[in-house]
Ligand binder design. Structure first.
Ligand code: UD1
Length: 330
């Protein structure tokens, strides 16, 4: 199939583009490079530099390529930044996505896969989080994901042959040989803790150790980017899949912050210096996915998402580790 991947210079987008190529699809990456890295775009994918809402860029590529599928990653993804810059998030993540969706639909694209997040659920009322859990945005970032999902639901209602899939990621983590996490600024636990272990940053601050969990720190569901990439590929390839579908993509189990630090110490052979700080506003004590739906509908299950595999791949790839590659994704 011919697949347009927006945000294909980012961490998850570039890994998915590589997986689609590996499976024999033709891939065009559209990325503004505002947050992504040109070097992360896989060899074999055509690259177009531009914004998803710039019709002077978008319309010619849609008209020429006649894509079978759109996989839409391009978005801002910092919860904290979205609280201080809500208009920027609503403009970039919602308004611009609507331009993209509208143009893609009018050019005959009938498969859309959208990068959503478990943040759509807000604070969990029950665990594991299944897809029918009520949605509650705690930030403009979360709201932007809910709004795009809702738009896709309406588009699917109005377009009987459209398959629209929202993949609600839990904590994307890990690396491949070529790609890993490289956000600026970095806010995610695993790369920050590896940095601290390598002595290239201040000690990690654990955001609270007084939660009602086994060791007092928050529990999260870490899912390897190779598993995430496969979930996108299966969504693109699914047959008899018309309508709107939202699937959780997580490993279905949770690890505490302290367990993650212990694994980094075991893999790297270096202690992770840390301090315990106050809780971070908006953090749920525990989040993990129910994944029955994606397993039943797409045959997906996590294969690479053990904590040992995630951490060993992240440490191997990390810029400060001796074997780090230069080809880095957001
Ligand atoms: C965050 C977002 C989530 C988004 C996801 C992927 C928030 C509240 N949630 O998830 O919406 O979908 O990223 O981009 O921002 N931690 C520390 N010290 C640190 C960093 C993290 O203790 O310096 C802890 C956090 O409290 C959390 C865990 O580590 O319990 C993971 O944090 P992080 O990597 O930031 O991801 P989430 O906050 O779970």
């Amino acid at each position: 199939m011919k697949v347009l991947v927006t945000g294909g210079a980012g961490y998850i987008g570039s890994t998915t583009a590589a997986e689609l190529l590996r499976r024999g699809h033709e891939v065009v990456v559209l990325d503004s490079l505002v947050r992504g890295h040109r070097a992360a775009v896989p060899t074999g994918a055509a690259f177009v530099h531009g914004d998803i809402a710039d019709r002077s860029v978008l319309v010619p590529i849609l008209a020429e390529a006649r894509f079978d599928a759109l996989v839409h990653f391009a978005a801002f993804a910092y919860v904290g930044e979205s609280m201080s810059e809500p208009a920027m998030y609503l403009d970039n993540n919602v308004a611009r996505s609507l331009v993209l969706f509208r143009e893609a639909l009018s050019h005959g694209v009938r498969r859309i896969v959208f990068s959503s997040s478990c943040t759509v659920y807000g604070l969990p009322a029950r665990l594991p989080l299944d897809e029918s859990h009520p949605k509650a945005a705690l930030s403009p970032y979360g709201a932007s994901k809910i709004m795009c999902e809702q738009a896709l639901r309406w588009f699917a209602d109005a377009t009987p042959d459209l398959s629209a899939v929202a993949l609600r990621y839990f904590n994307a983590a890990g690396a491949t040989e070529e790609r890993g996490e490289d956000h600026d600024p970095e806010t995610h636990l695993i790369p920050l803790a590896i940095d601290a272990a390598m002595g290239h940053s201040e000690p990690l601050v654990i955001f609270g150790d007084d939660y009602d969990t086994k060791d007092g720190t928050c529990l999260r569901d870490y899912v390897h980017i190779l598993d995430l990439a496969e979930a996108h590929a299966l969504s693109v390839e699914a047959g008899d899949h018309e309508g709107f579908h939202a699937y959780n993509v997580g490993a279905g189990r949770a690890y505490s912050v302290r367990e993650v630090l212990a694994e980094i110490e075991a893999v790297s052979g270096r202690p992770v210096p840390f301090k315990v700080g106050p809780r971070r506003e908006g953090d749920a004590p525990a989040l993990f996915a129910g994944t029955e739906l994606i397993r039943d509908r797409l045959g997906w299950r996590a294969k690479f998402s053990s904590l040992a595999r995630i951490v060993s791949d992240a440490v191997r790839w990390h810029p400060q580790s001796s074997t780090a590659s230069v080809d880095r994704g957001e």
